[in-house]
Design a protein around this ligand. Sequence first.
Ligand code: AMP
Ligand code: MG
Length: 452
Amino acid sequence: VTAAPSTDERLRTVEEARAAVLAAVGGPVATEIAFLSEALGRVVAEPVVARTSLPPWDNSAMDGYAVRAADTVGATKESPVRLDVVGEVSAGSAPDVEVPRGGAVRIATGAPIPPTADAVVQVELTTPLGADGQPAGPRGRDASGPLPPAVLVHASIERGAAIRRAGSDLAGGTTILKSGQTVTAAAIGLAAGAGIDQLPVHRRPRVDVLATGDEVRAPGRDLGSASIPDANGPGLMALVEAAGGHAVTLGIARDRLEDVHSRLCAALADGADAVVVSGGVSVGPYDVVKLAFEKIGRIDLWRVAVQPGKPFAFGTAEREDGSRMLLFGLPGNPVSSFVTFELFVRPAIRALAGHPSDRLLRPIDRAILGEAVTKGQGRRAFIRVIAERDEAGSPIRDDRGRVSVRLAGGASGQGSHVLSALAVADALAVVPEADDELPAGADVELWWLDRD
Ligand code: AMP
Ligand code: MG
């Protein structure tokens, strides 16, 4: 008979751990004004209002002739009306002619509509006439040649035809971006189109990344007989950036409390919003990261019922001004650090960056496992899987919309050290705590990962 574990020893569920992390986040980081070129992927902090209407003035939707619609009444293919071409207006220049009765002004797409014109006839419905009054080219000739003295119009044109009215896309003063919205490429185009060159956004949360381990060397360095390249440092830096953070490296610390602690102190002094440490968080004799967390701040939780990633630790450190730095201790095995980053660090970075609470986690999908899986008792497993895809690259779904997935790296790919399997995975499939094994064909939750 084993005694029931005390509360302190009980593993936290994924939800409990994430709730503790997000509770410590408090609120988003401060707002700044960013040029559009720096704004992609960031979160709008205040409503943004259009400076100009779109279009700013009535303009032509077609290359053709600005006319008075009344002059074209009754015109047909066989019996066109003849209009005198009195001038031209190109995109980028203000019209210097009016359209008189019986007249037309050649106009380019996007050029302002001259006064008194109330429609544009597209060039395809016209025939240019020469000085002799004879057709100077085929009907519908492109409008790039010399300005003809007159044109035939082969259709009756409605008032307003091919005119894009001022403000028809957007009225000046309209709110175009709301707070909490992610700045997408289209949002940047919209803001620029509305005459705005800077946006109020949350700054990128600064996240410092520290690898630990006496055996860990910067990639490319000589390994001797007992060292390994640092996979976690660069991998976590990239994950931070992909999550919307500003990643700063703290290098590789020795397995010594003083070394880890002094680097954490540097991050705290530099104003980091969070530090992500990998390795040294387990129960080995050299696992000093938890001690370093306790020395600089405090530990809120340690050990989560998750596979891989059980030794995950989380805490906070406070600065004199009351601001906080989040402390993430991720297990050293690269897949464990990746999975715990996904589960706990990425949502925290997104919350710091100002994303609303319903936008912190990955969109959840459903999948069918192609192979049986086994896992540790009582822990929720996040297994690395590859979606079966059709020739167009789309995931193959069954009649209930569930994606077919297979294990990344095959049967031996699920070890928490197997980076090669992680790198080919395009999603995590979730095996619940209660299931020690799942058969092929089991229905599981699926978290898509970033994919190019
Ligand atoms: P630890 O959590 O420090 O006990 O490390 C667990 C395993 O992960 C050990 O095999 C370490 O060598 C390995 N490991 C720790 N840090 C890294 C790193 N930055 N890159 C690659 N492997 C690591
Ligand atoms: Mg270690």
